[in-house]
Design a protein around this ligand. Structure first.
Ligand code: HEM
Length: 219
C-alpha cells in the first residue's frame, strides 16, 4: 500500500528525480575535512530549531529579557537544555565556518570554477558572525550590554559613514529598548533568512560543480 501511495506522490512531485540530482551523485574520495560544510549546515538547522523554541518564552524588552531567560533556565521543562544547545551551537558554528573556510583555502578550492562559491561563502561567514553579534545582546545582562556598547562603537569607527552605522545599529545615539528590538528582529528574521537563501545558492553551486579533489603534484 505504501508503495502505491509513494508511487502516486512521486509521479506528481518527482521525489526520485530530486533525490538523484541532489544526493545521488558521484563524489571524489574525500576525507573528514570535506565534511565541515555539512557539519556547519547541520548546526544551522540545530540553531534554527532551538532558536524557534526559545522565542516561545523570550521577551525582547529591557524590562523582561533578563527575567525571561532566567525563567527559560529554571522554570521551563528542558529550557536549560534548549538554551545550552543554542548557546554552544553558536560558538561551534563560528569555529566550524572558519575551519571549513580554512580547508577550502588550503586545498585552493576557491579557484575556477568555484570563485562564486567562495564569494557566497564570504557572505555566509559575515552573516554567521552577525548572528553571533546580535544574539549576544539578547540576554540583556551586564556582559551583553557592555559588549554591544563596545561592538557598536567599533562599527562607528568606519570612515565617513561611521556615525550613520552606529545610529542605525543602536536605533539612536545610545543603547536602548530600540537596540534590543532591532537586534532581535535581525537575529530571528533578517539574518537567518539571508543566511538560508545564501546557503541554498552555496549548495546549488557545490552540487553544480561537484567537490574539488585535493590538489595533486601536477595541479
Ligand atoms: C553557513 C556557512 C557555510 C555552510 C553551511 C557551507 C556549506 C558547504 C558545504 C556543505 C560544502 C560541500 C563540501 C564540504 O562540506 O566541504 C561547501 C563547500 C564549499 N564552501 Fe562552504 N559553507 C559555509 C561557509 C563557507 C565559507 C565561509 C566559505 C569561504 C569563504 C565557503 C566556501 C566554500 C567553497 C569554495 C566550497 C567548494 C569546496 C570544494 O569544492 O572542495 N563556505 N560548503
Amino acid at each position: 500500500m505504501w508503495n502505491t501511495i509513494y508511487g502516486w506522490l512521486d509521479e506528481r512531485i518527482g521525489f526520485n528525480d530530486l533525490y538523484k540530482s541532489i544526493l545521488d551523485r558521484a563524489e571524489p574520495k574525500g576525507n573528514w575535512w570535506n565534511t565541515l560544510g555539512s557539519a556547519t549546515l547541520f548546526l544551522f538547522v540545530v540553531q534554527a530549531v532551538t532558536g524557534i523554541f526559545l522565542t516561545a518564552y523570550y521577551t525582547p524588552s529591557p524590562d523582561h529579557a533578563y527575567d525571561s531567560i532566567t525563567y527559560i533556565m529554571n522554570g521551563v521543562a528542558f529550557g536549560w537544555l534548549i538554551r545550552g544547545i543554542h548557546h554552544w551551537g553558536a560558538t561551534v558554528m563560528v569555529v566550524l565556518v572558519f575551519v571549513h573556510m580554512l580547508r577550502v583555502f588550503v586545498t585552493a578550492s576557491f579557484k575556477y570554477p568555484r570563485e562564486l562559491t567562495w564569494l557566497i561563502g564570504v557572505g555566509l561567514l559575515l552573516l554567521t558572525l552577525g548572528m553571533g553579534f546580535t544574539g549576544y545582546l539578547l540576554p540583556w545582562n551586564q556582559r551583553s550590554y557592555w559588549a554591544t556598547i563596545v561592538g557598536t562603537q567599533i562599527a562607528g569607527t568606519v570612515p565617513f559613514i561611521g556615525s550613520f552605522v552606529l545610529r542605525a545599529l543602536r536605533g539612536g545615539p545610545d543603547l536602548s529598548a530600540l537596540t534590543l528590538q532591532r537586534f532581535f528582529s535581525a537575529h530571528i528574521w533578517m539574518l537567518p533568512v539571508a543566511l538560508g537563501g545564501l546557503i541554498g545558492i552555496h549548495l546549488y553551486l557545490v552540487i553544480r560543480h561537484g567537490e574539488s579533489h585535493w590538489p595533486r603534484r601536477d595541479d
